[in-house]
Design a binder for this molecule. Structure first.
Ligand code: M6R
Length: 365
């Protein structure tokens, strides 16, 4: 049932406040303002490496998780798309656990990677939405995302729930490994607690502007998405979402890679969407935007209030979110990325919930 929404994808975008809040309550003690260390089921303190693997959107969630585990818990993470992880023949040392991420819990490549690690004797954890799925059954530790059934082929609410779980697990790992101070834990938990309320505020605030922008975007054939730090995987996700449902060719790049090739493509026919809150990388990303502008590229800037105030660059649109703690930024900045893909696809007149050639669950290799 789509309720008053035109598509399941739209309904699922608007459900995120509720399902993320539900998911977070599994990992966070809101009253105490602390993560629930016993929700981990993996002894992160005993590890010196974590292997992660997933496909598509779940892989991008994992890439963002990697930044968190490494910064917050000082735990090195190896991550690959599952379809390559299987062939990499990575040596799997003893003090390593493996973490898989999947909405469906049935994706063939992710399942094959899971079995490869299990056969090598690693402890297996899975961040999964479907509780009774094959991957959930074959894991030592199951980390549920409580997103409810996701019908739209383009993953939205499962992604933000995966990010919420990974952020909470990184905090738990940080606590058990002694790398996270009580103050930083409290600050990060407080930031996570505010996510559901911010979801609704942001959606209401940016929706009309994104609808107008998407009408313009639907005229283009190519789009480039850029980001730095945790916004780099989000740029990859933005490009995937756009190509998946609007069929516009989109590429995601680390902003710093621009001058190593893709800058050759920049002209007025390829808009560049830049995800750049005012974080520690902001200034560097601004100089990338200047390089784009100098070559006649049109910029769509997704930033926060501080970032918007700090630039005088001419843009096609500047989408402004509130200033938030860096651990929750990619969770909230997923919203404009999802809405841009959704509204652009609606203007293109595509079958948003059932895009051509795609299946919700990919059970073949
Ligand atoms: O069920 P899974 O999370 O394992 O699925 C992984 C990918 O197939 C999935 O995220 C796919 O990329 C989506 N269509 C993205 O919107």
């Amino acid at each position: 049932d789509k309720g008053n929404h035109r598509h399941f994808m739209e309904k699922e975008i608007y459900e995120q406040a509720e399902v993320v809040s539900h998911t977070l309550s599994h990992y966070i003690d809101f009253a105490e303002g602390r993560v629930k260390a016993d929700a981990a089921q993996i002894d992160f303190a005993a590890l010196d490496r974590l292997a992660m693997s997933a496909c598509g959107t779940a892989y991008y969630a994992g890439l963002i998780g990697k930044y968190w585990f490494e910064r917050v818990a000082r735990l090195p993470v190896e991550i690959d798309v599952a379809s390559e992880f299987r062939y990499r023949e990575m040596p799997l040392p003893g003090r390593m656990a493996a973490l898989f991420i999947s909405q469906s819990g049935e994706t063939a490549d992710t399942l094959a990677s899971l079995r490869y690690c299990r056969d090598s004797g690693l402890t297996i954890g899975t961040v999964v939405n479907v509780r009774g799925s094959t991957m959930a059954r074959e894991s030592d530790a199951v980390f549920p995302t409580l997103a409810g059934p996701e019908i739209g082929v383009a993953s939205t609410k499962a992604f933000t729930c995966q990010l919420s779980v990974l952020a909470a697990l990184a905090l738990i790992a940080g606590r058990t490994r002694g790398t996270l101070s009580a103050e930083e834990e409290a600050r990060s938990v407080q930031a996570l607690v505010e996510v559901p309320r911010l979801f609704n505020e942001i959606l209401t605030a940016i929706q009309p502007q994104i609808e107008t922008l998407s009408r313009e975007l639907s005229r283009f054939k190519d789009v480039l998405y850029l980001g730095r730090g945790t916004n780099f995987p989000l740029a990859l996700e933005g490009a995937l979402k756009l190509k998946e449902i609007s069929y516009i060719h989109a590429e995601g790049y680390a902003a710093g890679e621009l001058k190593h090739g893709p800058i050759a493509l920049i002209d007025e026919t390829m808009p560049v969407i830049v995800i750049a809150p005012h974080d520690r990388y902001y200034e560097k990303t601004v100089s990338n935007m200047q390089e784009v502008a100098a070559r006649g590229g049109q910029i769509i800037l997704i930033t926060d209030e501080k970032g918007a105030a700090a630039t005088t660059l001419d843009t096609m649109a500047t989408i402004v979110l509130p200033v938030v703690n860096e651990i929750v930024a990619p969770i909230l900045f997923a919203l404009p990325v999802q809405l841009i893909a959704y509204h652009t696809a609606v203007f293109m007149g595509t079958d948003v919930d059932q895009p051509r050639n795609l299946a919700k669950s990919v059970t073949v290799e």
